[in-house]
Ligand binder design. Structure first.
Ligand SMILES: Cc1cc2nc3c(=O)[nH]c(=O)nc-3n(C[C@H](O)[C@H](O)[C@H](O)COP(=O)(O)OP(=O)(O)OC[C@H]3O[C@@H](n4cnc5c(N)ncnc54)[C@H](O)[C@@H]3O)c2cc1C
Length: 455
């Protein structure tokens, strides 16, 4: 599929439908949920009724061979409110990891449990980060130990969206610490399992409608079939990792982390969320600057007001083009050779922070108080330079894969992604119809057991 900026009728309809939901359902209640830091159950219910909260919805988005449906949806939803947006898309992050690692049977079993249905909303969480290791996924300390037919999970997780209130927790745990990230596996831990402790709901700067928590797993016991991908696959992967380790010990170059490579694929989705916030802020500030009069005319007539807004509108469009390019590449199975996913994430997260700051500045004192939503967007936007690899890491990743060596390039590993990632081929291309989660439908990655969804 060649890259095109022309949206299809289906994509235009998706944008209109999502925008209407964001404007009519999300925006009117965004301030209240943010202020009260309350989980937006009622909005999730409406999202489910309107078809935005189900595994089949995401199957269709991912099935778009142009790759654009997913970022289009994200941008419009997050234009409404990033906190509520996160609450709505969080199960999709967990589902994405399940999709990477699970057997077809596991996918069929757990996907419906991540969302529930209208009238019976369920939640899912992806539990990767730990107090000692957010960016550095190689050093996660949560362990999974085999005990008879069960796995026993012990550990401490931090900043977990839907943590402790989810029906399904997808937990990354170390099985063999000597193998680093290659000795890790994903486990499904049901929300009612004995030993999960919701230590606290975190009090956040922004995105406050979403639930983010600190969790502990105290000897949480799950049956062996809760290991995603199954035991044989895990053993095969670890055997291979030991061989690689021996080769490295004998002088072979160290391979790049497949986890980081896989994260690269999902960064455009996070970028699109940041774009939604940025666009909301610039639209609002421009409208305000046209109405607000000072010294005898609308403040937009001052170049000091209008030029920065015009500049930011340009930067937002540029970040969107990077985002769409990366999404298209992922869908078309084009290898990310130059950190294209990281470039999108870097550009979009930074422009979101700049745009919300400029919007606030444009509105002066009115921007600084909660009568208007810009102070909230300013707080929400900052998450995006932190989550899914801080912006500095995105900059590294971009530098790592850029053509001529740079200082950054020389400072980091010279290793390269070892394989073309083939995720993102459409369900149609793979010959999968609705509900057919068979092995041909599952995405292929360099390391399918590695989580890909947050960071
Ligand atoms: C609201 C929110 C929701 C989240 N939701 C989830 C979730 O649902 N699931 C989940 O698993 N995680 C989640 N996270 C965690 C998030 O992915 C991590 O916070 C993120 O990966 C950064 O990790 P960290 O906070 O440990 O920062 P660190 O890795 O400790 O980094 C701290 C700072 O040091 C810098 N730094 C670190 N190492 C280096 C280095 N080698 N060189 C230069 N600079 C460096 C970083 O750029 C950063 O600025 C969430 C976080 C937040 C804030």
């Amino acid at each position: 599929m060649s890259f095109s900026l022309a949206l299809t009728p289906a994509q235009r309809a998706l944008v209109e439908r999502t925008h209407a939901f964001a404007e009519d359902v999300v925006r009117p209640v965004a301030g209240r949920y943010d202020r009260d830091q309350e989980f937006p159950w009622a909005v999730l219910e409406t999202a489910a009724q309107q078809g935005f909260y189900s595994p089949l919805f995401y199957r269709d988005l991912i099935g778009d061979p142009t790759g654009l449906s997913l970022p289009l949806f994200m941008e419009e939803l997050f234009w409404g409110c990033a906190g509520i947006g996160l609450a709505i898309v969080m199960p999709a992050l967990a589902l994405s990891s399940i999709g990477q690692a699970a057997t077809p049977e596991q996918m069929l079993r757990w996907a419906p449990e991540c969302f529930g249905e209208p009238g019976n909303i369920k939640l899912a969480a992806l539990c990767i980060s730990e107090p000692e290791g957010g960016s550095d996924v190689r050093n996660l300390r949560t362990t999974a130990t085999r005990d008879g037919d069960d796995w026993v999970i012990d550990g401490h997780k931090m900043w977990i969206g839907n943590g402790g209130i989810a029906n399904v927790h997808v937990v990354n745990a170390t099985v063999d610490p000597d193998l680093g990230h290659r000795g890790q596996a994903l486990f499904v831990v049901p929300g009612d399992a004995d030993g999960i402790e919701l230590v606290r709901k975190l009090d956040k700067l922004g995105c406050r409608a979403s639930h983010t928590a600190e969790l502990k797993f105290h000897r949480v016991r799950v049956p062996s079939d809760h290991l995603l991908g199954g035991d044989d696959k895990l053993q095969r992967r670890m055997r291979k990792a030991r061989e690689v380790q021996e080769q490295v010990a004998e002088g072979a170059p160290r391979r790049r982390s497949a986890t980081l490579g896989t994260f690269e694929q999902t960064r455009p989705m996070v970028a699109a969320q940041a774009l939604g916030i940025a666009r909301a802020a610039i639209e609002y500030a421009t409208e305000y600057a046209n109405r607000r009069e000072a010294f005898g005319g609308p403040i937009i007539d001052n170049q000091g007001i209008s030029f920065p807004l015009a500049h930011l509108a340009t930067e937002i469009d540029a970040a969107r083009l990077l985002t769409w390019r990366a999404s298209w590449m992922a869908a078309a199975g084009v290898e990310f050779r130059h950190g294209e996913g990281s470039m999108a994430k870097l550009a979009a997260s930074e422009v979101a922070v700049k745009a919300t700051e400029r919007a606030l500045q444009t509105m002066g004192g009115w921007g600084y108080i909660s009568d208007h939503p810009v102070e909230k967007w300013y707080r929400d936007a900052k998450l995006y330079t932190i989550s899914r690899a801080p912006a500095r890491f995105s900059r590294w990743s971009s530098a790592e894969r850029s053509g001529p060596p740079t200082v950054a390039h020389r400072c980091i590993s010279s290793s390269r992604p070892r394989a073309a990632y083939s995720i993102g081929r459409s369900a149609a291309e793979r010959g999968c119809g609705p509900g057919q989660a068979n092995s041909r439908c599952r995405r292929k990655t360099a390391s399918p057991n590695q989580p890909n969804a947050w960071r």
